[in-house]
Write a new protein. Sequence first.
Length: 588
Amino acid sequence: MAAVSSPPVRSMPTAGRPEKLRLGDVLVQQRLISQEQLQKTLELQRQTGKKVGRLLIETGIITEELLANGLARQLRIPFVNLKTFPFRADVVKLLPESAARRFRALVLEDKGDSLLLALGDPLDLFAFDELTRLLKRNIAIAAVPETQLALAFDRLYRRTEEISGLARALEKDLGDTVDFGELTATAGIEGAPVVRLLQSLFEDAIQVGASDVHIEPQEAGLQIRVRVDGVLQTQTLADKRIAGALAQRLKLMAGLDISEKRLPQDGRFSVRLKEQTIDVRLSTLPTSYGESVVMRLLIQGAGMRRLDAIGMPEAMLKRFREVLGRSAGLVLVTGPTGSGKTTTLYAALAEINAAELKVITVEDPVEYRLPGITQVQVNDKIELSFARVLRATLRQDPDVILVGEMRDAETAEIGLRAAITGHLVLSTLHTRDAISTPFRLLDMGVPPFMVATSLQAVIAQRLVRLNCPECAEPQDPSPQEQSWLTAMVEAGESLSNVNPKRGQGCSSCNGTGYAGRQGIYELLEMDAVLTQAASHSDPATFMKLARERMKGLTLAHHVLALVRQGRTSLAEALRIGFDVDEAVDAPD
């Protein structure tokens, strides 16, 4: 049999020189692969130069988990599932990130006289020796799936130390006084501390899937936070003297006026990181301690969600599709900032887009790019406002118009007129629920008859965090959560199958107990009775009728369904702040 080129193994440092094993021999002995499969893989190795283990996985002969388990049994070392392993930050950081990634190793446990390490390739004798020398401790090895190891690097090495070190370097570089003229002159130098600090900030944000980065000068120092799954996490604290340098560099990148610090400014720019292009929407705000900067991060080319993949209940999805099939009228998606409204609108737009339809979007900014659709970017600096573009759009013979946001009465009125005159108009509005949406339009100054005759349907939505599947466990409700459940019973819900769960926090979810988010929805369709109540500006009658039609189909009921399935927690439902009273009939 041809020899496998995998390196030999050392079992434990205390056992002397161990016998040498080859990966192919181990897998054949474990009956995880056949001799014939090994020979074919060896031939492929000679052609490609890749490692045998990687080729076996890529060709589908064996999975990473089976490979790691087989090695663990043969070498008599533990197999560790990194998804659920309770990492300790101080133990992990015993091995610097550069060495961890180079040797594909993680420190799992400090046993006093030795360290337990997860090693991507337990047969790598060179890595074993180098890690022993670097850590200056005896080490024991655990087998882990390679993919889990790569994901763990990104979770556990958050660049916090690197960012803090760069912040200190920038502080030292600036000294006691900041020469902004000199900073501006050298801002394009890649090695400048401010540039390296911002690059690390962006890389960390993308690494953890952050949607926003907040740079906030405070009285005691500079606070940098990132928003992950809708919740802010503190990244680092630094000397507030560097806040001005960071703000100035970002304003230069966005083409803003660096001399103006008294007024808010908005801009955008793009950065290229890890073979991804990131669109950054930047907003500055003057505060008592300097300019606060918030950046929204949008990944270009990110896969757009399909309408049947956004989490909308099946019955509601069917009704929504019927509404989208109409040739005219206004359809609104409502909710606070960051609730996924744009994702829902674009999923709807992708579904109805067809060669026989002229579709035009008016946006600020254009977040997704769709083939076959005319997309227009609003630019207030040259007075290219929503209202102005929307008027021009009506002269372009459109069938469907998407307006990024109904920001003012003029935009809303033009959109409603377009809906009246035979166009399907899709847009967003900031309201807390579907029922209050018609009255928000009236409050903006839109005539009641236009709202009543144009508005076809309203979807209200939120994003709730989902329990981490690796660490979710049953949990008894707190007194507040029990009160919420009791209110849902009074609203007509049954709690017979509700067994609340909550993530306890593990390495997979970075200790938060949550992994990912899902939309929850409610849909209000306008009918003749509701239209009449809206046209007479009769809020009490309208709200009573709307609640009757939406009974059991509200945001609160949808999130309860997710709680019943164990997909989210009661704590998350309360965090979003659902008012159960809105889910029940209005009192007589």
